[in-house]
Ligand binder design. Structure first.
Ligand code: 5GP
Ligand code: ZN
Length: 141
């Protein structure tokens, strides 16, 4: 184990519901999702935030985020829209200091449900949701 929870997930030392990985990034479901399918994309190389993030990793994170956004729309999760979000720095509500991008599915008229989930943020069916996203990723780019 390292002192970084996301490095541990990248290295396979901690469990996560993985949806995507390549040479540069690993993507897995957020353990306290804001919505069903809420995914985090993290670079394999540790950086605490944008200031020490290398450019190829930055590109790879965005590229994977774009693909996962497509999968969240295409799959049975059926998102109508997606928020791609980076919290950089404590003042911006960053809590895990290994750079990551949130990929958050949104649905038309979901504002109330979204606000309620902001308060509870319970994990639900992470393994099943991860399977659905992986399958959609395998059938599109
Ligand atoms: P931040 O506020 O830093 O942008 O978001 C960090 C996110 O990481 C939070 O949404 C939190 O639920 C998620 N998170 C923290 N620890 C873990 C973990 O061990 N596993 C997973 N899958 N997500 C985590
Ligand atoms: Zn790390």
């Amino acid at each position: 184990m390292t002192d970084c929870v996301f490095c541990d997930i990248v290295a396979g030392l901690s469990p996560a519901a993985r949806v995507y990985e390549d040479d540069a990034v690993v993507a897995f479901l957020d353990i306290r999702p804001l919505a069903r399918g809420h995914t985090l994309v993290v670079p394999r190389i540790h950086s605490s935030g944008l200031a020490d993030l290398d450019a190829p990793s930055a590109d790879a994170v965005f590229s994977a985020g774009r693909r996962i956004a497509g999968a969240l729309r295409r799959s049975s999760i059926g998102a109508d829209g997606v928020n791609l979000l980076v919290n950089d720095g404590r003042a911006a509500m960053q809590t895990v200091f290994h750079h990551h991008m949130h990929v958050v599915p949104r649905w038309n008229g979901d504002k109330l449900r979204f606000a309620a989930q902001l308060l509870t943020r319970r994990p639900h069916e992470l393994d099943e949701v991860a399977r659905v996203v992986r399958e959609a990723l395998a059938h599109g780019n």
